[in-house]
Design a protein around this ligand. Structure first.
Ligand code: C5P
Length: 220
């Protein structure tokens, strides 16, 4: 491999959580820190790629020398990805997209009256599924999977259902893995192989993920 194996390539990375508004002061979100996605975006730049990082609300500094684009909701992310996905050689979907969003966003603050409050939610579009089914020629698409049960089985199903080339299955319950930390423990699943990766920094892991993506890219 050359020093800059992604020279001339374009990489789109999504990162961080989404926020789904309930009213002007409240939202639904998750624990994603964005660290994994930001780290992949930085690594892709170092390997020579032109990079666009589309991210939800995080406390991280923008990655220098790349396009940093911020979004709030899953719907925002969907629209942003739809505008750009066909122009990219590699798409890494590490964002923790909310599966559901409120049916209605109240324009006024929701008052506390009754002892119970029932929220009605509707399903968000599955962005990875959309780009997987609208994949352009030679494009490599990498998704992530976080499950608390039957991780590998569910991640393998996701690979086929969402038509992506790789799934990074995140061992959420293992020490040193998951949302907020600087390390991760994953299994990289492709159509041909399944590789367990021991605990390592999200930075080192980024290069391994990109290398696996490039291996698939070279065959396309
Ligand atoms: O189905 P599940 O949410 O477990 O799949 C996770 C993968 O799908 C991640 O790569 C995530 O970025 C993506 N995803 C998405 N749109 C959604 C939900 C998840 O793109 N609405």
């Amino acid at each position: 491999l050359s020093d800059h194996p992604l020279q001339g390539k374009k990489v789109l990375v999504t990162a961080g959580p989404t926020q789904e508004s309930l009213d002007p002061v409240r939202f639904l979100t998750n624990h994603s820190s964005g660290k994994m996605g930001y780290s992949i975006a930085r690594a892709a730049f170092i390997l020579g790629a032109k990079v666009r990082l589309i991210h939800g609300p995080t406390s991280l500094k923008p990655v220098p020398y790349i396009i940093n684009q911020s979004i709030t909701s899953a719907q925002d992310l969907f629209e942003c990805v739809k505008r750009h996905h066909t122009h990219y050689d590699y798409i890494i979907m590490s964002a923790a997209v909310a599966d559901y969003t409120p049916v209605e966003t109240s324009t006024e603050k929701i008052k506390k009256n009754d002892n119970e409050l029932i929220l009605k939610l509707k399903k968000n579009p599955d962005i990875l599924d959309y780009i997987g089914h609208h994949q352009v020629e030679h494009q490599v698409i990498c998704g992530f999977a976080m499950e608390t049960q039957d991780l590998i089985e569910n991640a393998s199903k996701k690979l086929n259902k969402k038509q992506c080339d790789l799934i990074i299955a995140n061992h959420l319950k293992t020490e040193g893995a998951g949302f907020q930390g600087d390390t991760n423990v994953v299994t990289i699943i492709t159509q041909e192989s399944m590789k367990d990766i021991d605990k390592m920094s999200k930075s080192d892991l980024s290069y391994i993920i990109l290398k696996e993506c490039m291996k698939i890219g070279a065959k396309k």
